[in-house]
Design a protein around this ligand. Structure first.
Ligand code: SF4
Ligand code: SF4
Ligand code: SF4
Length: 309
């Protein structure tokens, strides 16, 4: 039988729908988690970032990650051409992107990375507990527990977790908040330490929120009156500030709901085990969430009116 991708997706949707409909009682989301004031995080201030990418380089060095040859097989005098990748990858845990305001020609740089969410959707989607929020605030990954299902990739509202597709035994890769290598020794993150412009402030979440509020209060002409991550998806440990004219959606930070989706994802996972719903149904459900998030991101970008690089 010849089944193309479209038919397979339809089959998946039907299987997902059937599986969900067969569950007699509705799936209710559990209560949201509250942030711990002692959790560590970072304040990424895009009004200060000069786009030097020192943070990107420091992250590569800290995590012993290789450079990426972005032009495929292209070579100059036999040597591959290396460049900054366009997206996060299994070898790039953080990335600086540039936003250009078409009218004023003003540029703004933004740092992409794992948000170390207060109530992480990746953790709640992982049925074997390979992703876990630590007492220091970092969301850590345990490769020994991971079974490679990639539910975490589908569940993350920020499209952060990356998969080592080319490896025989692949792992999920993402920013670690330098938890093992630095936080546990009482040291700040490598990227925050490397930033020459003071654009990355490392500290406890509560203190970072105070710093962010003070910056907005002292310089309302420089800052948009909004701290991204204070409430988004139930709160994140990595927070963002931007310029008044530059909306977060234009910087690639999606206009997500203030409520965490994790409670719902977790309840769905528990119900899956209760009723033995097959994996294709889970992919259909989580795929629906991902496609909804992607559509929101795209729409936000279209209505923002600014170009994103
Ligand atoms: S940003 Fe994504 S990968 Fe990082 S903690 Fe949140 S849900 Fe997990
Ligand atoms: S916190 Fe550590 S792992 Fe995360 S982006 Fe910064 S240097 Fe990389
Ligand atoms: S090191 Fe600081 S100024 Fe340079 S790109 Fe990173 S955040 Fe921006």
């Amino acid at each position: 039988m010849n089944i193309d991708r479209r038919k397979l997706c339809k089959l998946g949707a039907v299987a997902g729908g059937t599986a969900v409909c067969s569950v007699a009682t509705p799936v209710l989301a559990r209560d949201e988690r509250e942030p711990d004031p002692n959790w560590y995080g970072m304040l990424n201030d895009s009004t200060r970032c000069i786009g030097c990418k020192a943070c990107q380089v420091a992250c590569k060095a800290e995590n012993k990650l290789p450079a990426e040859a972005t032009l495929g097989d292209a070579k100059v005098f036999g040597t591959p051409i290396y460049d900054s990748p366009r997206e996060l990858s299994e070898s790039t845990y953080t990335l600086i992107k540039m936003h250009l305001d078409v009218e004023s020609k003003e540029t703004t740089f933004v740092k992409q990375q794992c948000m170390h969410c207060v109530d992480p959707a990746c953790q709640s989607a992982c049925i074997v507990g390979a992703l876990k929020k630590q007492s220091n605030g970092a969301v850590e990954y345990d490769a020994d527990l991971c079974m490679g299902c990639r539910y975490c990739m589908v569940a993350c509202p920020f499209s952060v977790p990356q998969f080592e597709w080319h490896k025989a035994i692949p792992s999920i890769k993402k920013c670690t908040l330098c938890s093992e290598s630095r936080l546990k020794k009482g040291e700040p993150t490598a990227c925050a330490t490397a930033c020459p412009a003071g654009a990355i402030t490392f500290g406890k979440r509560e203190a970072l929120l105070k710093v962010a509020r003070k910056r907005i209060e002292d310089n309302p002409e420089i800052y948009l009156n909004h701290i991204y991550g204070e409430k988004e998806v139930g709160g994140t440990n990595v927070l963002y500030l931007t310029k008044p004219k530059v909306q977060f959606a234009g910087l690639g930070l999606p206009d997500v709901k203030f409520k965490a989706v994790s409670g719902l994802t977790e309840s769905i996972q528990h119900r899956i085990f209760q009723y033995f719903i097959p994996p294709i149904a889970v992919y259909s459900l989580l795929g629906g969430i991902m496609s909804y998030n992607q559509r929101r991101k795209k729409n936000a970008g279209q209505t923002g009116g600014d170009d994103e690089y």
